[in-house]
Design a protein. Structure first.
Length: 383
């Protein structure tokens, strides 16, 4: 089902009180340049228990919801001051309290109708900028948010964060803090999947990279609310004509992850850390410069707690990763792993080019263990 979205208003939401910082300019860390020119898009869907069958009542409820969300966002930004800065260039962010870009939109559709069989290709319409333009690369905003209100209640909150400064963990911690503030509460500090045979194609090799969260690897653990790209990439390469099988690839990745321990993190934090990162970038450049190889990225969003992000609408009925473009090549060959609501399974958002997807989604081994594009309503218990 294709969505029709009308923009009602756009504005900047600034922190409730000005930030007082001795340092007004942040220079990106040695890890941040790995992710320049990338935004992390996500959308959370809420059915809203206050839904009314009367249009006037629904409009009134939507108005109260928007006011509560904007006020709570403003309050939350005082604790996440880097989010209200501006990207000056690829190397620094100016903390100037400019605020986050905020959009209010009306969706000409019932949320339950859309969730029965979501049109994945139309999810980008719910994002806070035109994904077919170059706006998301040239924009100075660190964070962009769009609140979409569906007919007769229910909504979808989308957020895009600049990956040069904010990783997935940081994004989810911010959303949970905002949700807690919207409810009038304070936030407490609190699998790899292999490449399928279908995606090897005729290329001579495949390169699989996996993002690893460094926060819990350090001797002195980072705060859950720490901001930045505190992640590392581990890589496995498989030659198509070799006898390597999936267990070997998984074993290689596991061994690489084991090496990312507290000693590794301390080395990254030391004065020699830039040399370590430079060597890693050189290794990645050599692998990714091969035109006869396929490249795949796996990133895990498990245990981030987005199923608990309650803004007053209740917990989200569904949340998902969106794309930044209708051009499938922009986000091809990326796999997002997300835990289910009850924690007994894994959902995989698999983004492949069309020719690979056509083979992948017909793989009998995959179909024996997975459901393709399940309805969020029919699989409510699984999230």
């Amino acid at each position: 089902m294709t969505l029709e979205v009308k923009i009602i208003a756009t504005e900047k939401i600034k922190p409730a009180s000005p930030t007082s910082l001795p340092l007004r300019t942040y220079k990106v860390s040695i890890l941040d340049p790995l992710f320049r020119h990338a935004y992390v898009p996500m959308v959370l869907f809420y059915p809203n228990d206050q839904t009314s069958s009367d249009l006037d009542d629904a409009i009134a409820i939507a108005g109260r919801t928007q006011r509560r969300l904007k006020q709570s966002l403003s309050e939350t930004l005082t604790r996440y001051y880097p989010f209200v800065g501006e990207v000056q260039d690829d190397l620094q962010i100016e903390f100037n309290d400019e605020g986050v870009y905020y959009v209010e939109a009306q969706v000409d559709e019932h949320l339950t109708d859309f969730l029965r069989k979501p049109d994945i290709k139309s999810l980008h319409i719910l994002l806070p900028f035109d994904p077919n333009s170059m706006e998301y690369i040239s924009t100075p905003y660190v964070v962009r948010i769009q609140v979409n209100i569906f007919n007769y209640g229910g909504g979808a909150i989308s957020m895009c964060t600049s990956h040069i400064f904010i990783d997935g963990h940081t994004s989810t911690m911010f959303l949970k803090a905002w949700a807690a503030t919207a409810r009038g509460q304070s936030l407490e500090q609190k699998c790899v999947i292999g490449a399928s045979k279908a995606i090897h194609g005729s290329k001579e090799s495949s390169v699989l990279s996996l993002s690893v969260n460094l926060r819990r690897k350090s001797l002195s653990p980072f705060l859950e609310s720490s901001v930045g790209n505190i992640i590392w990439m581990v890589i496995a390469q498989c030659k198509v004509n070799s006898n390597l099988v999936l267990p070997f690839i998984v074993g290689h990745l596991k061994n690489s992850i084991v090496e990312i321990n507290s000693d590794f993190v301390e080395e990254i934090k030391s004065d020699e850390g830039s040399l370590k990162v430079g060597e890693h970038l050189k290794e990645m450049a050599q692998l990714y410069s091969n035109p006869d190889a396929d490249y795949f990225l796996v990133t895990s969003w498990c245990n981030f707690g987005l199923h608990e992000a309650n803004f007053g609408w209740g917990k989200p009925k569904w949340w998902c990763i969106s794309t930044l473009s209708t051009n499938t090549s922009v986000l091809s060959n990326v796999i997002y792993l997300v835990d289910t609501k009850v924690g007994d399974g894994i959902k995989a958002w698999v983004c492949l080019s069309e020719q690979y997807m056509a083979v992948f989604e017909r793989d009998p081994e995959l179909l024996a263990f997975a459901s393709l594009d399940p309805s969020p309503l029919e699989h409510d218990n699984q999230g």
